[in-house]
Design a protein around this ligand. Structure first.
Ligand SMILES: [Mg+2]
Length: 274
């Protein structure tokens, strides 16, 4: 029999579960922003503009979560020599993405960041609160960009966030484990079930690495195909199969289904085994 889950109404019992979200492709559609900046940065240096399928194929390898490194890798595979200096590539990328000083006033930004449709609304997080689910964000996005979408666009106040530079890049699970530990309450006991919703193989691998690092905790890998794939049933299905093969416990139709899916998985786990 599986152990019973803590009851949300029990005072001091901590959250029933912890749901952590990736940001890009999960909270916002970055097809016209980060992904476009990646393609334009590669084009800037090589004259070749990688198409979305080419970027997806690279991302499916599970180790190119950082878009600066992904840009450089595509240039390397395209045969560019010599490769640009990393810092100057970051500056070119940033010019496309922010179009202004990342540390400055977002109202002055003129780059692709202005074109990021949201994939959830604020009400989603109020629902999680009502369900006794703690939530937060673990993302490889730059901190000014992550704070911009969470605070300015979604209106969340001081959201729990691990962003680029706060922890090693995914699929290293350090950031995920740290935030889960903080949200889960005590250091003495393992936190409740920790679920992570991401849109890439690297996100799924982050959960698998977290399991290895904390064998006594319970982790769930939730995955969703990023929105740019939703237009093609075939591309989407093949991408979702890749997420399942990597080890996703559930593939969601959209980010808004996260709470319902998590509830299903929690109740399945709390039912006595036949
Ligand atoms: Mg993502």
């Amino acid at each position: 029999m599986s152990p019973a889950l803590p009851n949300a109404s029990e005072p001091g019992s901590g959250p029933r579960a912890i749901l952590l979200f990736d940001i890009d492709g999960v909270i916002r559609d970055v097809a016209g922003s980060y992904r476009r900046a990646l393609a334009e940065t590669v084009h800037h240096y090589s004259g070749w503009r990688p198409d979305p399928a080419c970027i997806d194929a690279l991302k499916e390898e599970g180790r190119w979560n950082n878009d600066w490194e992904a840009s450089l890798e595509l240039l390397r595979r395209h045969g560019l020599s010599p490769l640009p200096d990393f810092q100057s590539l970051v500056a070119v990328f940033s010019g496309f993405y922010f179009g202004g000083d990342p540390a400055g006033d977002p109202a002055q930004w003129r780059g692709f960041i202005g074109d990021e449709p949201l994939l959830v609304d604020r009400a989603c997080f109020a629902e999680l609160d009502r369900a006794g689910i703690a939530w937060g964000f673990v993302s490889g996005a730059e901190p000014p960009s992550a704070r911009y979408v969470l605070e300015r666009r979604l209106g969340l106040v001081d959201p729990p966030l691990v962003a680029m530079g706060d922890a090693p890049d995914k699929p290293d699970p350090t950031g995920l484990l740290r935030l889960a530990g903080i949200l889960g309450g005590t250091a003495a006991a393992p936190p409740a079930t920790v679920a992570y919703l991401g849109d890439t193989v690297a996100d799924v691998l982050t959960v698998r690495n977290a399991r290895r690092a904390r064998p006594s905790w319970r982790f769930l890998s939730l995955a969703v195909a990023p929105p740019h794939l939703h237009a093609s049933a075939q591309a989407r299905s093949s991408y979702e199969q890749g997420l399942k093969r990597a080890g996703a416990d559930a593939v969601l139709p959209d980010t808004g289904s996260a709470l319902a899916t998590l509830e299903q998985l929690l109740s399945a786990a709390s039912r006595p085994e036949p």
